[in-house]
Ligand binder design. Structure first.
Ligand code: FAD
Length: 425
């Protein structure tokens, strides 16, 4: 029994899982979850919505279904964290004091870092973006429908220069659109370009090779080292900044070279009929402005500073992080949240009893890589075995594209996800 005050920031996949787990385990603790939204969104379903396979309603549930009794639900956003004083400030200027804090705010979509872009544009002027919101995913579907109905032209699929949630989603959107273009019987009337800010397409070498070959086979023009820097919706033009080594810059006749930008980078302008925009992502601003943000290393100023194995904050031992907000080389999937939740639970309980932390997260990340409508591969990996897979479904060979893996994505993962939220899995 304890009377500790535990505050959980964010009630998405990670925060809700922690509210349920901690309220099951702790007798007498005063647990508060801060979550402004009434509706829980099943984001892994958004790629299926944007591909026209699912209805949007299928991805929404009331948050009230998941908040456990006995946990206080504060229905407004947090706006500040004072880790020295152990206080969280809320939008209405009230303050929550805590003994233990779980940061589970998810991440922030930084559309504003692309000049001329805003999430409100999704669905207009041939712009799609599966990440924007459920409305954005639905309007992305409509924009792709309209492009296909127009009978031809050029589609550009982009990727972000930062870590993103579900790193496979920009690729999945390309693959499902290719399926739909092939179904028209007039694939050759459509041009598909994939613009990647890096030399690769995915962090895991095996998947990277697979996708590269598949793109080449399916007639996708891969262009590397291009970051989407601006968009002119009315003109249907996108500006990309070349971020690679100068020796790798080759001019493409379709990419008109713009003048050198003030940043010094080389910029090109590309016309499009449809563009899929993937924004840069970071921890939410109020977390970035707090004491809890990473101060050095690759996540400096952008992501929560936790030990990637114990999930404990590197400087404030009463603070833990979970989900998309943490600075870690991989993760940022709901599947990672499932693996992290028991680790955070065990370690937070140990911290409350001044015991050594018993549990370690192995970086488990998984992503059903949709390779076409009706086809998927279940890819799973972790921190220490980048070249190996961690198969949890031994009957599905992760290197095989299969209908079984698609059915899993289509039918089985959503109930498994809700079980994680309920603290069961
Ligand atoms: P979220 O679930 O995003 O929850 C964050 C919560 O914090 C939200 O409810 C938000 O309202 C709240 N919040 C934000 N700011 C504040 C604030 N200031 N104060 C209080 N609360 C706040 N994962 C997979 O495993 N497999 C997939 O196939 C997959 N596909 C995906 C496809 C897409 C298009 C997207 C967008 C995501 C996908 N994911 C997938 C990723 C998965 O959805 C996330 O990794 C997961 O939701 C992370 O959980 P989280 O709790 O950290 O963040």
């Amino acid at each position: 029994s304890t009377s500790a005050r535990i505050v959980i920031l964010g009630g998405g996949a990670a925060g809700m899982a922690m509210a349920n787990r901690l309220s099951n385990r702790l007798d007498g603790a005063r647990i508060t979850i801060v979550e402004p939204r009434e509706t829980h969104h099943y984001q892994p379903g958004w790629t299926l919505v944007a591909s026209g396979v699912w209805r949007p309603e299928k991805t929404m549930r009331p948050n009230a279904n998941f908040v456990p009794s006995g946990v206080t639900w504060v229905r407004q956003p947090a706006v500040g964290i004072d880790a020295e004083q152990r206080r969280v400030s809320l939008a209405d200027a009230s303050v929550l004091e805590y003994d233990y804090l779980v940061v589970a705010t998810g991440l922030q979509l930084n559309y504003h870092l692309i000049d001329g872009m805003s999430p409100d544009l999704v669905g207009t002027h041939g712009i799609g973006s599966v990440y924007a919101s459920i409305e954005g995913a639905t309007r992305t579907r409509d924009a792709i429908d309209a492009w296909i109905a127009s009978g031809g032209g050029k589609g550009i699929f982009t990727a972000a220069p930062t870590p993103v949630k579900c790193a496979g989603a920009p690729l999945k959107m390309t693959f499902t659109t290719l399926s739909r273009l092939e179904d028209t019987g007039r694939r050759d009337d459509f041009q598909v370009d994939y613009m990647s800010p890096g030399a690769g397409l995915f962090s895991q070498p095996w998947i990277n090779d697979f996708v590269k070959h598949r793109f080449d086979d399916q007639g996708v023009n891969r262009r590397h080292h291009y970051r989407l820097s601006a968009i002119d919706p009315g003109a249907r033009q996108a500006e990309f900044t070349f971020v690679g080594p100068d020796s790798e810059f080759t001019s493409h006749h379709e990419l008109r070279e713009a003048e050198f930008s003030q940043e010094g980078g080389r910029r090109v302008i590309a016309d499009y009929d449809f563009i899929h925009v993937v924004p840069p992502m970071s921890a939410p601003d109020f977390v970035r402005e707090s004491d809890l943000i990473a101060r050095d290393g690759p996540f400096r100023g952008e992501w929560l500073d936790v030990d990637i194995h114990t999930m404990q904050h590197n400087r404030y031992p009463e603070v833990f992080g979970i989900g998309d907000v943490i600075g870690a080389p991989i993760n940022k999937t709901a599947a990672s949240v499932k693996a992290q939740a028991p680790v955070v639970e065990a370690n937070l309980l140990a911290q409350m009893q001044s015991q050594p932390l018993p549990a370690r997260h192995n970086g488990y990340t998984s992503c059903p890589m949709i390779t076409g409508i009706g086809k998927a591969m279940l890819v799973e990996f972790g921190y220490d075995n980048n070249f190996d897979f961690l198969p949890s479904f031994p009957f599905i060979d992760p290197r095989d594209e299969s209908w079984a893996a698609w059915v899993m994505k289509d039918r089985m993962l959503q109930p498994a996800y809700y079980a994680v939220l309920e603290g069961q899995a």
